[in-house]
Design a protein around this ligand. Structure first.
Ligand SMILES: *[C@@H]1O[C@H](CO)[C@@H](O)[C@H](O)[C@H]1NC(C)=O
Ligand SMILES: *[C@@H]1O[C@H](CO)[C@@H](O)[C@H](O)[C@H]1NC(C)=O
Ligand SMILES: *[C@@H]1O[C@H](CO)[C@@H](O)[C@H](O)[C@H]1NC(C)=O
Ligand SMILES: *[C@@H]1O[C@H](CO)[C@@H](O)[C@H](O)[C@H]1NC(C)=O
Ligand SMILES: *[C@@H]1O[C@H](CO)[C@@H](O)[C@H](O)[C@H]1NC(C)=O
Ligand SMILES: *[C@@H]1O[C@H](CO)[C@@H](O)[C@H](O)[C@H]1NC(C)=O
Length: 474
């Protein structure tokens, strides 16, 4: 490990002066969308550069936001000169590699080793042999630069922690977006390395790592993540997929479906991934339906959550064309399955198998995929979610005891939906308005299933092609 020079940084960190406007930004709304804490009041008026998503971290092109604004009144020379990169994964000369650079925020000087350890865990997740980017480990360099903060942690409710150099903060209390108050500092720090001013290191993509143990992040110009053991790696891989391949979403309920993993229904006979199809002579759209999708961000301490919806098994169907289904949901601050009751049409779903041992007691945001092997009943269905007595009595963690998202996908019976692992075909994805696009695999891409550790073969190959192009253009 290299020694680091921190003195000039520290002096700098305590003496920043900023001058920020406060205005409101755009918040998307979907079916049954409760108003969320408005996107940071520090980001400026609705800009083209913001792609909000009610489920996952939004993406922001900060360069578009602040190119004509002076959001910082400071001299960064001392900071930049004081930065010392630590090599985390080096595969070659940085002219011929793509450089990822981690910058710390919310780590005190005493937490230098924690930062390094956090970065190493993230590195292992992405470039280990079985990691999401293991197959391009030979094209990547990974660096880490420690920028100490005065206080440990990140801000909430739009407030920065004093003396935080990059100024990572949550706009509200929810475990959702994390913004950077000082994008120009982050940008000039990245550029410093990109321009070779530090003598070593490189920065083709900046990753701002906030020292907070719970879910949060942002995509776009900067990939922002937290040190959440569970969610940090998941957000990092997903957001790097957006930035590096680049691709849009594969999960339902968003509004950006583009790139190599998405095609129009009309293109079924000429899919952009046609060379990958498992059975190119019998191409069809797999028969799945979206019965409900909601992003309630609902505080269960206030009241139970109740959502009625209709099945695609119609009341007048003689049989049930969609005999099975999947309930996919996310929760925050629910540490044990015994704290919550999910009731489908009056019958509780057993959640115990879906609260893994390693997440026992965790208040972090968590994802549950609950197979509904008997599917939905014909016509109207209702899901009710409430805290049990234990859940009510437990103390709430950051963000409150929330159901943050819920969706039910119904699968066609009689072989009309192929859920065989490894199958590459044409699977339907439904956007915020219910419009259908197609994707290559069922649940085998982390751009859809965020708990899945890998890209589908189409995205994985394109990631390699894209990095080669980016390197050739350096
Ligand atoms: C910034 O600080 C450096 C050294 O502290 C100094 O040399 C330089 O002139 C300053 N730049 C401006 C624009 O004040
Ligand atoms: C890779 O494999 C190791 C050892 O089997 C395992 O501990 C780790 O969680 C795996 N990583 C991913 C990203 O799947
Ligand atoms: C198939 O799609 C490609 C682009 O992906 C396009 O260039 C080509 O013209 C299309 N072929 C047909 C027959 O539509
Ligand atoms: C079944 O009900 C739906 C509306 O729920 C209606 O659109 C459809 O025509 C009905 N089909 C038959 C065969 O009655
Ligand atoms: C489902 O996919 C698998 C793997 O590609 C394939 O072997 C099988 O024939 C497919 N089943 C149907 C019904 O198409
Ligand atoms: C999502 O991926 C995880 C990890 O690979 C897997 O356990 C889970 O079953 C997947 N979800 C679905 C609905 O297939």
């Amino acid at each position: 490990m290299k020694s680091i020079s921190i003195r000039p940084l520290l002096v700098f960190g305590l003496n920043l002066v900023f001058n920020l406007d406060t205005v409101h930004a755009y918040v998307g709304s979907g079916p049954d969308q409760k108003p969320l804490t408005p996107i940071s009041s520090a980001l400026g008026p609705p800009y083209q550069g913001i792609v909000d998503h009610p489920l996952h971290p939004p993406r922001i092109v900060y360069a578009q936001l602040d190119s004509d604004r002076d959001d910082m009144n400071t001299n960064t020379t001392e900071l930049l000169k004081g930065m010392v990169p630590t090599a985390i994964h080096i595969s070659g000369n940085n002219k011929e590699r793509f450089d990822l650079m981690f910058f710390s925020d919310g780590y005190t000087i005493d937490e230098y080793y924690k930062f390094e350890e956090d970065v190493r865990i993230l590195r292992d997740d992405i470039v280990s042999n079985n990691g999401s980017m293991g197959h391009v480990a030979d094209l990547l360099n990974i660096w880490a630069t420690f920028i100490p903060s005065k206080y440990s942690g990140i801000g909430t409710h739009d407030k920065l922690l004093p003396g935080s150099v990059l100024g990572l903060y949550r706009p509200g209390s929810e475990l959702r977006a994390v913004y950077v108050k000082h994008p120009k500092i982050a940008r000039s720090a990245c550029k410093w390395f990109k321009d070779g001013k530090a003598g070593e290191g490189g920065c083709d993509q900046a990753i701002l790592l906030g020292n907070d143990p719970l879910y949060g992040g942002l995509g776009g110009e900067f990939t922002i993540i937290t040190a959440s053991k569970l969610n940090g790696p998941q957000i990092l891989r997903h957001e790097l997929g957006h930035s590096l391949i680049p691709v849009g979403e594969e999960y339902d309920g968003g509004f950006v479906y583009e790139g190599v993993n998405s095609d129009k229904v009309e293109s079924l006979e000429n899919l952009s991934w046609k060379d990958y199809l498992s059975d190119p002579d019998h191409i069809r759209i797999e028969d799945a339906k979206m019965a409900v999708q909601a992003y309630p961000w609902h505080d269960l301490d206030k009241e139970p959550y109740n959502i009625p919806f209709s099945s695609f098994n119609l009341q007048n169907d003689t049989n049930r064309p969609y005999p099975t289904a999947l309930l996919r949901t996310s929760l925050s601050s629910i540490p044990y399955s015994s704290h919550i009751d999910f009731i489908l049409n009056g019958i509780s779903i057993d959640l115990s198998a879906h609260f893994p041992q390693e997440l026992e007691g965790s208040h972090d945001r968590r994802w549950l995929d609950l197979p509904l092997l008997d599917g939905l009943k014909k016509g109207e269905n209702v899901i009710k979610v409430k805290l049990t007595e234990k859940g009510q009595n437990a103390e709430a963690g950051q963000g409150g005891k929330m159901i943050t998202s819920l969706e039910v996908v119904e699968y066609g019976g009689g072989g009309r939906f192929n859920d065989t692992k490894g199958n590459i075909g044409a699977y339907p994805t439904f956007d915020l308005t219910g419009r259908m696009t197609l994707r290559p695999t069922n649940e085998e891409c982390l751009m859809r299933n965020v708990t899945h550790p890998n890209f589908c073969p189409v995205c994985a190959d394109q990631l390699r092609q894209s990095l080669l192009r980016k390197i050739a253009g350096k």
